[in-house]
Structures are given as structure tokens and as C-alpha cells.
Ligand binder design. Sequence first.
Ligand SMILES: NC(=O)c1ccc[n+]([C@@H]2O[C@H](COP(=O)([O-])OP(=O)(O)OC[C@H]3O[C@@H](n4cnc5c(N)ncnc54)[C@H](O)[C@@H]3O)[C@@H](O)[C@H]2O)c1
Length: 315
Amino acid sequence: MKKLGVAVIGTGFWGRNHARVFKELPETELLAICDINAERARTVANQFGVKPYTNTGSMLKNKDIEAVSICTWSTSLAEEALKALKAGKNVLVEKPMAANAKQAKQLLSTADREGLHLTVGFLMRFIPGLQRIRKEVEAKTLGEPVCATAKRVSQWPERIGDVGVVKDTAIHDLDVMRYVFNEDPIAVYAKTGSMRHGKFEDYAQIMLTFKGGQSAFIESNWLTPYKTRILTVTGSEAIMKLDYITQELTIENAKETLQPRYTLQEPLKLELQHFAKCIAGKEKPIITGMDGLKALHIAEAALKSSATGKAVKLE
Ligand SMILES: NC(=O)c1ccc[n+]([C@@H]2O[C@H](COP(=O)([O-])OP(=O)(O)OC[C@H]3O[C@@H](n4cnc5c(N)ncnc54)[C@H](O)[C@@H]3O)[C@@H](O)[C@H]2O)c1
């Protein structure tokens, strides 16, 4: 089987993991990496035995590179993704996909025009427990869906300096809520603020409402001294709780408590394998560019709601 030629753009904390996984997967061949920090580019390229680049211009001319992961700072993701799409590469762009929805739209139209695959790094969707929750909600084994609450709190990762906690962190849960209820929210109300971060919001409480009557509540911050990542989905007959860190899932109804076990798998591995299989036409995309755009749109509406003190309707 021919391997998919891939490259990673931005090899800091997260991009380095993309490079490692691409190296490990049987479906992909890591051909190059690029980082504007020359020393980092050299170190990471040496680690994986590939060619380092400090700008994408010449790297993207390599025809053997068919797909790229974009893992640069959040505010430069869209610019790099656009260059890659224009060079004919399939793209996995990390969340939040772009600095704003306008840039994200440009990525969608470019991918569409060029006939390329565009996806966004919403890693949570590859956790088996979350996929199970979605199935149970769909099958109504929880009864009627009532609400979902997500808590994603920890201390500020200081390397994140160009967006706030809404676009960096809560965006995962904005996507998760759309995924779990298989529906777009119709309104958002949020309260955000900054306690320690000089430039951006470092805490956010976001409430979403859905047409079917369900609601979602998201608590995100960079203040809590320990890391918690939990999702609870309440239905009229049962409750499901997922701990993203341990990947433990609990299902409770009036009669019993179940703890289905899944083999612990690295979600990034599942995500990048799926990306390669989609490009090969073997799987249908779980996450599209449109999912990225929609989450970013809700994130912007949440920030607007907080600034105005009013709920914002979403089209
Ligand atoms: N999906 C997830 O769960 C997840 C987890 C962590 C980070 N991320 C995302 O990954 C991205 C990177 O985060 P990080 O924590 O690795 O940040 P980081 O600061 O550790 O790394 C970013 C790297 O990109 C490089 N860079 C910046 N602009 C560049 C450009 N134009 N071309 C090439 N290299 C460039 C920087 O030199 C740096 O090495 C962010 O968008 C973040 O939101 C996603």
C-alpha cells in the first residue's frame, strides 16, 4: 500500500506529537517539518529523520507531500492552511482553525474550489466514550436529552498567548455539544473575564440552547490549579459521564451503574489515521471544515454575548 506523504507545519508542544504519530502510523510517511524557529525545526527534524524547513514556501513545492497538519500559533493557522491548500495539499488544521470566522470561511471555499480535504483538530470526537455518548443520545437510550455540562479547567498554559480561553479551550466543548446533540445551538449566553491573563479572557461560562429544548453549559478556565476535563449528559432516563483524561465512561439509570470499558487509545493516533484514510477515500470525514467554522462562529458569539451582557441568537 502506498503511504500518504505528509508534513507538519509548526512543531512546538503539539506539532511534535503530530510528527511522532505520522512517523508511527502505517498509513503515512513523514517527509518534512517546518517551524519558523530554526533551532526547533532542526531538533525536531533530526529526531524524526526528515528535512527541516523554516518557511513553508519551498516545502510546499514538494509534490510527494500530499497532506499537511498545521500546528502553528492559533492566529497564524489560517494563513498557513490557506498557503497549503493553494499549493494543492490536503489539510488538517488545528483548532481553533483560524483567528476568526471570516478567515475560516476562506479556507472552506478554497478547499472546495481545489477539491481538497479540509478537517479541524477536534480531538475529543476520537475518544470512544464520546462516540458512545453520541450513539446513546441518538438511540434515545438516555430518554429525552435534557442537558449537557462540560468542565475543562486547568492553569494557563503560558505558551498560549494569542487567543483567550474561549477560542483555545472552550472551543473543544462547543464542538462536542454540536456533536452530542447532532444539532446546532440556536442561542448563546456567556460570561467571560480575565483574572490573571493580561490580554485575553481566562475564564468563561457559556450556555447554549438548542431547538429541541436541550441546553448545554460549558465552564472553561485557566485558573484552576488542577486539570479537569469532564462531560456529563443528562437524559430523562439516564445520565452519562465521561472523564476525558482517564477516558472512563459511566452510565447511570434508576436501576444500575454501568462502566463500559474501552481499550485506552491515543486519540491523536485515531484522528491522524482517520485523516489519512479519508484522503485515500476509505473513510468518510467525521469532522469537516464546516464543523470548524461553526464552532468558531459560536465562540465569537459567546465573546459578543459576554461583551454586551445579552444572549446572542445564532443563525
Ligand atoms: N487539538 C488539541 O487537542 C490541541 C492540543 C494542543 C494544541 N493545539 C493547537 O495546536 C496549535 C499549536 O499549539 P502548541 O501548544 O503546540 O503551541 P506552541 O507555541 O508550543 O507551538 C507552536 C509552534 O509553531 C511555530 N510557528 C508559529 N508560526 C509559524 C509559521 N507561520 N510557520 C511555521 N511554524 C510556526 C512556533 O515557532 C512554535 O514552535 C495551536 O493552534 C493550538 O490551539 C490543539
